[in-house]
Design a protein around this ligand. Sequence first.
Ligand code: SF4
Length: 198
Amino acid sequence: MEIQAEGEPTLACHGECAACCRLRVAATAPEIFLLARFVSVNAAAFAERDVMLFKRIADADQAIGGLSEEQRMLVQYACPLIEGELCLAYKVRPLACRGHAAFDKALCVAAARGEAVETPVSASHLFVRSIVQNALMAALRRYGLAWGLYEVSGALNCALSAPDALERWISGQDPLARARIPDFNPVEAGAIFDAISV
Ligand code: SF4
């Protein structure tokens, strides 16, 4: 990322701003299972601080599951992993969260609220996120695993609600199917992967 972003202006994202965490986040199955593992391991410690992650995730799934990107922006429902504008799962946050990096905080906050403003964002972050995410999906597809993009709150709830979800995914089933992002087209994406594969 450092090499790719060489020469770019300084980013405005320095933590303690979760404006973009109120937008729809799309992630692959391995990213979802990594988050589910993080939640399972740390839920008791967070509960001691009155942060009930399992309930938060189930509530979020119920409130925003199935909403389009535009509807999600309108409701401004915060990601269940935010606490005090900080990401509780920062080290294991999805690629989509890592790939959104802005050069102007005020414009980014306004855009995340749905205002019609142009936000200067880092093309390098978007590019690297896209390369890594697409490579990951192409590999999953090649090895016969369920691939594609899932809405994070819904998929996380699916992964946490079924104790055998990971094993089912490894066996080729799709226990996260309910949370698939409907506007991601696997046929189109698969054709692109086939065209560029060697
Ligand atoms: S996972 Fe973390 S960075 Fe991503 S939307 Fe949720 S709180 Fe924000």
